[in-house]
Write a protein that binds this ligand. Structure first.
Ligand SMILES: CC(C)(COP(=O)(O)OP(=O)(O)OC[C@H]1O[C@@H](n2cnc3c(N)ncnc32)[C@H](O)[C@@H]1OP(=O)(O)O)[C@@H](O)C(=O)NCCC(=O)NCCS
Length: 154
């Protein structure tokens, strides 16, 4: 089914008031979640936060994007475990790609753990290709894990 046909949420700017719901999802989703301070710092310096909300206003997912001199960087993309495989991440990606284009970026970059097979599949399904590896980039339960660097031309 196309993402358009199964559109299940509205996308709006992420606000400080969303942070309690964001942190609940973040902590459920990641072994090494971002802190509240990281989200606050991102919004304070002007990074673009996106909130995906259902018809009842409940937060289903969120994303954080930075754009600087031609390159956009997807810093976080996360969907509530209760709302996955409904196209929420795909809708968030469409919105942030539009934002990056409006800010004149010509490439969208991101890092992802190679072990995160669902996310890697999502990005490949949305036109991203592997362009490099950052060695020992992520904390892991035993030491560190590499990051794949993925890029999509805009
Ligand atoms: C990765 C994540 C963002 C995907 O969110 P989602 O809303 O479930 O993704 P979508 O429904 O838009 O998926 C679109 C397509 O991506 C692929 N995909 C998404 N999740 C997948 C999974 N777990 N396994 C395999 N393919 C997957 C599929 O091709 C899917 O299409 P389909 O459902 O028609 O098969 C979500 O699982 C998540 O928040 N994970 C924890 C946080 C995280 O890892 N974020 C990425 C950090 S780089």
């Amino acid at each position: 089914m196309s993402a358009e046909l199964r559109s299940v949420c509205d996308i709006r700017p992420l606000a400080i008031a969303d942070l309690p719901a964001v942190l609940a999802i973040e902590r459920a989703a990641y072994d090494f979640p971002w802190s509240e301070g990281i989200f606050r710092d991102c919004l304070r310096v002007g990074y673009r936060g996106f909130a995906a909300v259902g018809p009842d206003g409940a937060l289903k997912g969120y994303a954080m994007l930075s754009v600087a001199v031609g390159d956009a960087h997807l810093l976080n993309l996360c969907v509530s475990p209760l709302c996955r495989r409904q196209g929420v991440a795909t809708q968030l990606l469409e919105q942030l790609i539009g934002q990056a284009r409006r800010q004149a970026a010509d490439t969208l970059l991101l890092e992802v753990r190679p072990s995160n097979r669902g996310a890697v599949a999502l990005y490949h399904a949305n036109g991203f290709n592997e362009v490099g590896v950052r060695r020992r980039y992520y904390p892991a339960s035993h030491g560190r894990e590499d990051a794949l660097i993925l890029a999509r031309a805009l």
